[in-house]
Design a protein around this ligand. Structure first.
Ligand code: SAM
Length: 365
């Protein structure tokens, strides 16, 4: 990809400065594609599409469960690591330092895939439990045959990028190590980081410690550190704290060097939300659930809003009925979804078109 950095930061694609709202519809010929507003769904294997999609701020993965839930879903979780591996490799290739990954599955499914995610530079943040409540099993439990407590949950694990920076020796090092090495390379004593930030000892204690209490320097503090090092540091080593070896990092660039987070008060990692029912549950011609795995729009909207801003890109590689496309439309994000099975793609496509009608009606009132 053109927008990959090749200098200081390990080659992550860089977010484009001005991203057009029009998506890359029809980039790959002969792929059925639905575009509604800023969301697009393609009927194809996601592996063939990643390269065409703009770099994501959010990836929502809701693929195989190891439960034979849809054609291609393995029967057990034993095969899940292999099933996900090529997708995870691609996500890592196209992710930005600001990208969050939300990985849906069962507990054992997620546990099986976690080592692959870690291997590809995804850093575990938290596990969220979707508790569908007792209503989910009402009337469906045979106490004579069941051999455990009924399961009414799915899980959604949150990952961010383990961002590595390239140091003066060309090695990829953790960000906290890079910060300290750059300061030392400037020939400045560590205590001067406090002067640079205008604090008593918080800079050495928070941003330059190498222990687990390390904090990512906020943009304003980073701007001060960068300015100080480049003004007072040894002249022959400049620029200090540079991503490209030419210019010192700017505040705007630094802000995008970690995952986004828009905090919502009152929400924990336990999401009590009934299984999808009523008008939200899409049905087939026999009035049966159109997809066994339909996710709650409220939950999908929640994770998108928490980890991105309006205009950012969301990837939904295993679309099903494409809730992330719908949620992105509702929240002003740009979404790229894939669904390989035509029946599901068609339903998702009609669903997205209905969203457009809803919007048009609301706008004309
Ligand atoms: C667990 S379901 C997703 C359900 C969806 N989150 C919803 O709420 O409707 C996974 C979907 O991914 C699709 N799928 C599996 N592998 C795929 C691939 N490589 N590319 C595109 N879609 C894929 C399956 O056909 C299935 O519909």
């Amino acid at each position: 990809m053109e927008n990959e950095r090749t200098n200081n930061v390990r080659t992550f694609p860089v977010a484009q400065e001005s991203i057009p709202l029009a998506l890359n519809a029809g980039v790959v010929a002969n792929i059925p594609t639905t575009v509604v507003g800023t969301a697009q769904i393609e009927c194809a294997n996601a592996l063939t599409l990643y390269e065409q999609w703009d770099a994501p701020t959010v990836i929502i993965s809701d693929g195989a469960y190891g439960l034979s839930l849809f054609p291609g879903d393995p029967a057990t979780s034993d095969e899940l690591a292999e099933w996900y591996a090529p997708h995870i490799a691609a996500w890592s290739r196209y992710a930005l330092p600001e990208t969050s990954l939300w990985f849906w599955g069962t507990e054992v499914g997620w546990a099986s895939v976690h080592p692959v995610l870690k291997l590809h530079g995804w850093e575990y943040r938290a596990l969220h439990v979707w508790d569908k409540g007792i209503g989910h099993i009402a009337g469906n439990v045979n106490s004579k045959t069941i051999r455990g407590f009924p399961v009414v949950t799915e899980v959604c694990a949150q990952y961010v990028r383990d961002v590595r920076m390239t140091n003066a020796e060309g090695q990829a090092v953790p960000m906290k190590q890079w910060l300290r090495e750059e300061w030392q390379r400037a020939g400045l004593p560590l205590s001067k980081t406090n002067d640079a930030c205008g604090v008593k000892n918080a800079a050495t204690r928070k941003y330059f410690t190498q222990c687990h209490l390390w904090y990512f320097p906020p943009t304003e503090m980073m701007e001060r550190l960068v300015a100080y090092a480049n003004e007072h540091g040894r002249a022959d080593g400049r620029p200090y704290f540079s991503l490209d070896g030419v210019q010192p990092v700017t505040g705007a660039q630094w802000t995008r060097m970690r995952s986004k987070w828009n905090h919502m008060h009152g929400i924990t990692n336990v999401w009590s939300e009934p299984a999808v029912r009523g008008a939200e549950r899409l049905k087939d011609e026999q009035a049966k659930a159109a997809h066994a795995n339909q996710k709650s729009l409220r939950l999908i909207e929640r994770i998108i809003t928490a980890s991105s801003d309006a205009g950012d890109v969301v990837w939904e590689p295993f679309g099903g009925l494409c809730p992330a496309a719908v949620a992105s439309l509702r929240t002003g994000r740009r979404c790229f979804s894939a669904e390989s099975i035509e029946t599901f793609y068609n339903r998702a496509s009609v669903r997205l078109a209905k969203e457009e009608t809803l919007f048009a009606e609301t706008a004309s009132r």
